[in-house]
Design a protein around this ligand. Structure first.
Ligand SMILES: [Zn+2]
Length: 82
């Protein structure tokens, strides 16, 4: 007898700075970064990036920096929580 449990983990990130549109999702990025930390989608909404899309880099003291889509970067910056 066996059963499968799906575990969901929520992580709260606190950012001190967001570098808006500082990165571009391109072939180089896919080769260099996307595969190693699954950096092929937004770290917040999980929307996959498309080739040529500008990405924002969010810096955190306590965790790895996160790559965000610009919608999420705007949302965080508008909240003024940075
Ligand atoms: Zn997003």
């Amino acid at each position: 007898m066996q059963y499968t449990v799906t575990k969901t983990t929520n992580t709260t990130y606190k950012f001190y700075h967001i570098e808006k549109e500082s990165l571009t999702y391109n072939e180089w990025w896919i080769k260099a970064r996307a595969k190693q930390r699954k950096l092929n989608k937004c770290g917040k909404c999980k929307k996959p990036f498309i080739i040529g899309e500008k990405m924002s880099l969010a810096f955190s003291h306590k965790s790895l920096n996160q790559v965000l889509c610009n919608d999420c970067a705007d949302e965080l910056l508008e909240k003024g929580d940075i």
